[in-house]
Design a binder for this molecule. Structure first.
Ligand SMILES: Nc1ncnc2c1ncn2[C@@H]1O[C@H](COP(=O)(O)OP(=O)(O)OP(=O)(O)O)[C@@H](O)[C@H]1O
Length: 287
């Protein structure tokens, strides 16, 4: 079966649980073609994408394969050329920015314009963008902010200005801001990049805890394929702007995927846990 055929078939299937019952989707992308205003080039072309409700889905794929672009469309930061995105059955583009902030927390890669803001103010701002910066802070807001600061482990830098932090500290501040929103859906573009191993574990544990205890739906871009396979319930593998495959990690992470999509020769081990052991980079097929 050709890759395109395989891809098309996968897009038509619904995800089912262990009993064969279709899993509901929190977010659905239908017939999506995505490009940027500066260029005519189609960056993402995806017939169907489901982000299952109350599950953790990791988007994986090589640099430039369109993961962030897809996440921007799912968070209404990029308007599709064709197709649409629905959240809980409603068209995303009918939500105002303020309404959407109550539905989903979004960690993007384009976060650096608020250099002189103290960390704590940033997190309070994240908590209530839909109410305006100067409206009163409720006890509930206060608790959500304190909890987010604790979860991200950044109490010691809460008074520091964002511009004076290290890359990893800044990342944790943005993560705390998103967590303080307290939404049912989280879209996270590379939350573990810049983080040391302690904070990587801590952030991933927090995401899993929110999913298990509060039923939060998560779509997260991760670069470490072994980490993604162990962490997520479902993987979406992107290749050249198309959805190459999706499903449970054990089905998606194969030696063929590693060769076709990532251009590496690697073995996939399942004991004691799923991990990818790369052997060598294959010759670059692009010209
Ligand atoms: N703002 C932009 N304007 C024009 N083209 C863009 C823009 N952002 C990304 N692109 C292009 O879209 C393609 C996909 O980029 P995208 O950031 O979605 O990839 P990615 O899979 O998230 O990559 P990475 O793993 O490196 O973060 C790339 O070829 C990139 O050059």
């Amino acid at each position: 079966m050709s890759r395109t055929q395989q891809s098309a078939d996968r897009e038509q299937e619904r995800i089912t649980d262990d009993n064969g019952v279709a899993v509901e989707s929190a977010l659905v992308g239908d017939d999506l073609e995505l490009s940027y205003p500066t260029s005519e080039e189609t960056i993402v072309d995806c017939a169907r994408l489901d982000i299952p409700e109350e599950a953790v889905t990791a988007l994986v794929g090589p640099n430039g394969s369109g993961k962030s672009t897809l996440l921007k469309a799912l968070s209404n930061h990029l308007t599709p050329d064709t197709g649409n995105v629905q959240i809980h059955g409603e068209d995303l583009d009918t939500f105002s920015r303020k309404e959407l902030a109550r539905e989903m927390g979004v960690l993007s890669q384009e976060n650096d314009s608020l250099g002189s803001i103290p960390v704590e103010d940033l997190i309070y701002h994240g908590r209530y963008p839909h109410r305006g910066f100067f409206d009163g802070v409720t006890e509930e807001d206060h608790q959500a902010v304190e909890r987010a600061i604790e979860l991200a482990g950044i109490d010691h830098i809460r008074d520091a200005e964002l511009g004076q932090l290290s890359g990893g500290q800044k990342q944790l501040a943005w993560i705390a801001m998103v967590l303080a929103q307290d939404t049912d859906v989280l879209l996270l573009d590379e939350p573990t990049t810049f983080l040391d191993i302690h904070h990587q574990f801590r952030v991933l544990e927090t995401i899993r805890q929110l999913n298990e205890e509060k039923g939060v739906t998560v779509a997260v871009i991760l670069h470490d394929i072994s980490q993604a396979a162990r962490f997520a319930d479902y993987l979406v593998a992107m290749s050249d702007g198309e959805l190459y495959d999706w499903g449970p990690p054990e089905e998606v992470v194969t030696e063929q995927l590693l060769a076709d999509v990532f251009g590496v020769e690697a073995t996939v081990e399942y004991e004691p846990e799923l991990q990818v052991l790369p052997k060598r980079a294959l010759p670059d097929r692009r010209t």
